[in-house]
Write a protein that binds this ligand. Structure first.
Ligand code: SAM
Length: 294
C-alpha cells in the first residue's frame, strides 16, 4: 500500500489550492501538517493490521492516509460536503477506506460496528473538531459503542479536565465520565504550529482505553450521570443545593438530606470534593430511596 503523502505544509497547500477549499470555522477545521504528530497518533493508538478504525472528521484525508496504511479497515465520517471530492482523490490509493458524508453526532455507530465489524470492539482515532469534543466523547461512552480505545487530539485544557481528580479546578463531569468508562493516557502535547490554520490554543493527544468493567458498581448508570451533572451545574453552590435544584432529578429535600447523611457528608460539602466511588455510593443511596418511595 502507498505510503502517506500528506502531512506537510507544501502538499496540504497544494490540495487546498487545487480544490479552492475555504476553511469553515463552524466545523472546527484545523488540519494537521506535521508528520511527527501523525506518527505519534498512530503509535499512541497502537494501530495494527487487525484493527477496524473509525476516524471522526478526516478533513482532506491526512490522518486517514496514515490510518489506512497501518490498519485493516478505516471508516471516516466527515460532515463537510466540500471535502468529499478532495477525499476521493487523496484516498484513491487506499482500498480499505470508506468515507461517510454525515454528522458524527447523528450516526448510529452501534449499527455500523455491528454491520462492518461484526460487533467487535473498534478503535476511534481523530483530530477532533474542538467545538463538539465533549458531546462526541460522552456520546461514544453513553451509547456503549464497543470500544477498544479512543485516541484523540483535543484542546490541552480538555485533556487536563479528562485527567483531573477531586479538588482540582479542572475536575468536573467530563473527568468523572472518563474515569468511569476508561483510563486516560496523555500521549503528546502539540503546539499550534502543527496545524493549518493555527488554533488559538495548545492541543494534546490523549488515549482513553475502555475499562472491561466500570471501576464502581452502580444500580442505575443514568441516575449516576444525572447526579454528577447536577452537582457541577452550579459550581459555587453546595452539592445539596445542586441536587435539590435539578429539575431533571426532581428529588425531594428529605431524599437529598438522607442520601448525604448515609454517605457520611454534611450539607456544606461541594461536588468537586467527591470521588467517583463517593458519587457511585450517593447514586445508589438515592436509587434505594426512590425505590422505597414508589
Ligand atoms: N483529520 C483532519 C486532520 O487532522 O487534518 C481534520 C481535522 S479538523 C480538526 C476536524 C474535522 O472534523 C474537519 O474536517 C471538520 O469538517 C470535521 N467535522 C466537524 N464537525 C463534524 C461533525 N459533526 N461530524 C463529522 N465531522 C465533523
Amino acid at each position: 500500500m502507498k505510503e502517506p503523502t500528506l502531512g506537510n505544509p507544501q502538499n496540504t497547500i497544494a490540495v487546498l489550492q487545487k480544490y479552492q477549499f475555504r476553511f469553515q470555522k463552524k466545523y472546527g477545521q484545523n488540519f494537521l501538517i506535521d508528520t511527527h504528530v501523525l506518527d505519534k497518533i498512530v503509535q499512541a493508538a497502537e494501530i495494527g493490521k487487525e484493527d477496524f478504525v473509525v476516524e471522526i472528521g478526516p478533513g482532506i484525508g491526512t490522518l486517514t492516509q496514515y490510518l489506512a496504511y497501518h490498519a485493516r479497515e478505516v471508516l471516516a465520517v466527515e460532515i463537510d460536503r466540500a471535502l468529499i471530492p478532495v477525499l476521493e482523490e487523496t484516498l484513491a490509493d487506499y482500498d480499505n477506506v470508506t468515507v461517510l458524508n454525515e454528522d458524527i453526532l447523528k450516526v448510529d455507530l452501534n449499527a455500523l460496528v455491528q454491520e462492518k465489524n461484526g460487533g467487535r470492539p473498534i478503535k476511534i482515532v481523530a483530530n477532533l473538531p474542538y467545538y463538539i469534543t465533549t458531546p462526541i466523547i460522552m456520546g461514544l461512552f453513553e451509547s456503549h459503542v464497543p470500544l477498544e480505545s479512543v485516541t484523540v487530539m483535543v484542546q490541552k485544557e480538555v485533556a487536563q479536565r479528562m485527567q483531573a481528580g477531586p479538588g482540582s479546578k479542572d475536575y468536573g463531569a467530563l473527568s468523572l465520565a472518563v474515569q468511569y468508562y476508561a483510563s486516560p493516557y496523555l500521549a503528546a502535547n502539540v503546539p499550534p504550529n502543527c496545524f493549518m490554520p493555527r488554533p488559538a490554543v495548545g492541543s494534546a493527544v490523549i488515549r482513553l482505553t475502555g475499562h472491561k468493567e466500570p471501576p464502581v458498581e452502580v444500580k442505575d448508570e443514568k441516575l449516576l450521570f444525572q447526579i454528577i451533572r447536577a452537582s457541577f451545574n452550579q459550581r459555587r453552590k453546595t452539592l445539596a443545593n445542586g441536587l435539590r435544584n435539578s429539575q431533571e432529578l426532581g428529588l425531594s429535600r428529605e431524599c437529598v438530606t438522607e442520601a448525604l447523611s448515609r454517605l457520611g457528608k454534611g450539607e456544606s460539602i461541594r461536588g468537586e470534593a467527591l470521588t467517583l466511588e463517593e458519587f457511585a455510593a450517593l447514586a445508589n443511596h438515592i436509587y434505594d430511596r426512590l425505590q422505597e418511595e414508589t
